[in-house]
Write a protein that binds this ligand. Structure first.
Ligand SMILES: [Fe+2]
Length: 172
């Protein structure tokens, strides 16, 4: 059971959860890049990996502002979404269709992160922590941008998978 006696502790907990999420993704994103056969999709994941490393550093800056050491709080949500992504990465499917599914799994991650960051921005704002709000907003923009890149990869690979399936209607 979590003890959250006041809004400041609530925000601190949220930052610990976000730190855990980013650290999980620093491990998961290279695997998603490796699973992708579309070089653009792979590069999208690798570009977001570099952003994710900066996002972890921004959270470390916020821990510092709070006078706390960086610490992770484990929650199951991100682990479940990453595990679901692994199912898609290992799917027995035509390459373009698997890539579309992998891109979709990446979007699942980004949307979850966006919701968590939006919550954290509200909590920091309510506490008057404007510097923390700015750092969190910077990260939120990167997550939204990553979502757009993955959306484009999903659409491109779905179209490709569709035209390949039309050429060979007997398959599958
Ligand atoms: Fe992130």
């Amino acid at each position: 059971m979590a003890t959250i006696p006041n809004p400041a502790k609530g925000f601190h907990l949220e930052i610990k959860i976000l730190y855990d999420i980013e650290k999980q993704l620093e491990v998961a994103l290279p695997k998603m890049a490796e699973a992708a056969t579309d070089p653009e999709l792979a590069e999208g994941f690798l570009q977001h990996l570099r952003e994710t490393e900066q996002q972890s550093k921004r959270l470390e800056q916020i821990f510092d502002m709070l006078g706390m050491p960086p610490e992770k709080h484990t929650m199951e949500g991100i682990r479940g979404i990453i595990a679901d992504g692994t199912v898609m990465a290992n799917a027995d499917a035509p390459d373009a269709l698997r890539d579309a599914k992998i891109a979709g799994s990446g979007r699942d991650v980004e949307h979850y992160e966006m919701a968590c960051y939006m919550n954290a921005i509200e909590e920091a704002g309510a506490l008057g922590l404007t510097d923390a709000v700015s750092l969190l907003e910077e990260t939120l923009k990167e997550e939204q941008n990553a979502d757009q890149i993955l959306m484009a990869a999903l659409q491109k690979n779905l179209a490709l998978a569709g035209s390949e399936a039309a050429k060979d209607p007997a398959a599958g």
